[in-house]
Design a protein around this ligand. Structure first.
Ligand code: COA
Ligand code: MG
Length: 293
């Protein structure tokens, strides 16, 4: 999964557009992009969309972003959408392993009601939207087998922190938000799940998006969320390993295969050892997932 496009679930038009966007996943949003009075319509829209598309082969992954646990709306969200068998639920304002366990229990009960396999629905928390969340990233590790990815958010966090802005004049995240991003990356790696970069809200600025996505990839994120269909192609491109990287990874794997039992090999005067081999395998796995190898 490279690109995850947010679609307000009360917008039939955007739901339809999302399908044609090329995104690897659609995040059907019941939370911040939906006005309070429109929550029932969004739940109904998400369920209708899931019913129509979840059974289809070749579809994007379908994720529902529910309202946060402390809103009191999460149960009604789940009551509406679990019947549509989404692939995952995105949990905003999550605060570590206990939040995941809380949602896990809610999902288990509803999977039973709807005849879905226990654990069928994955969980992707947004791990940095409250100040308290920044202190508990390490608790995601081992919390639930439903946990398949972690992402982060800067908008709600900036309200909590009281920041005037979360980006500097050049459009780069300021210190507190880089901390949140980096904690998410570390929490995801510790939990052995995919690290997914946050949204880039300046959606007409493709160069800015590309730069931010490339930085994310450099550091270890393997996907990025989008808010507009025009962002999807850039994100897919950045997070698909290039032919050069794939060739390089194949060379490393082949060099080790040619020297069974070797801990270290040399290729063209450069040393490669076990971390390089592990990294090469990661690149090939991502290439395979993107249909490139
Ligand atoms: N998913 C699907 N379709 C989308 C879309 C999205 N996220 N964002 C825009 N579109 C559609 C528009 O409906 C429009 O369709 P049309 O040509 O059939 O009219 C087309 O893409 C072009 O949109 P554009 O006019 O460039 O943007 P806009 O002003 O209509 O919408 C936003 C701008 C920001 C309101 C819109 O992109 C959006 O709703 N994004 C998602 C917001 C969200 O979910 N936020 C929560 C997570 S942070
Ligand atoms: Mg939010």
């Amino acid at each position: 999964m490279r690109s995850l496009l947010f679609v307000p679930a009360d917008s039939e038009k955007k739901l339809a557009r999302g399908l044609d966007s090329g995104a690897d996943a659609l995040i059907l949003d019941l939370e911040d992009s939906v006005a309070p009075d429109a929550k029932p319509a969004a739940r109904a829209g998400a369920l209708a969309f899931l019913r129509a598309h979840a059974p289809r082969a070749g579809r994007p992954r379908l994720i529902v972003r529910v309202n946060a646990l402390e809103t009191g709306l999460t149960d009604a969200d789940l009551d509406a959408v679990v019947a549509g068998a989404p692939d995952a639920v995105m949990l905003p304002k999550a605060e570590g392993g206990p939040s995941v366990l809380h949602l896990d229990a809610k999902l288990t009960a509803r999977e039973a009601v709807h005849g879905l396999a226990d654990g069928a629905i994955a969980i992707v928390p947004i791990a940095t939207e409250t100040a308290a969340a920044l202190f508990v990233g390490g608790s995601y590790r081992g919390a639930s087998r439903r946990l398949t990815g972690l992402t982060w958010g800067a908008e709600d966090l900036s309200v909590e922190l009281g920041s005037e802005t979360n980006r500097d004049a050049a459009g780069r995240f300021t210190g507190p938000y880089r901390l949140a991003r980096n904690l998410c990356l570390a929490a995801a790696a510790a939990a052995r799940v995919q690290a997914i970069d946050t949204v880039y809200v300046d959606f007409r600025n493709a160069d800015g998006l590309r730069a931010e996505a490339e930085e994310a990839r450099r550091d270890g994120f393997t996907a990025k969320m989008a808010i507009h269909p025009a962002q999807v192609a850039v994100i897919n491109e950045v997070f698909t390993p290039s032919p050069e990287r794939i060739a390089e990874a194949n060379r490393v794997v082949a060099a080790f295969a040619a020297h069974p039992g070797a801990g270290v090999v040399a290729i063209d005067g450069v040393m490669f050892d076990q971390p390089h081999l592990a990294k090469a395998r990661q690149v090939l796995a991502r290439a395979k997932a993107a249909g490139m190898a």
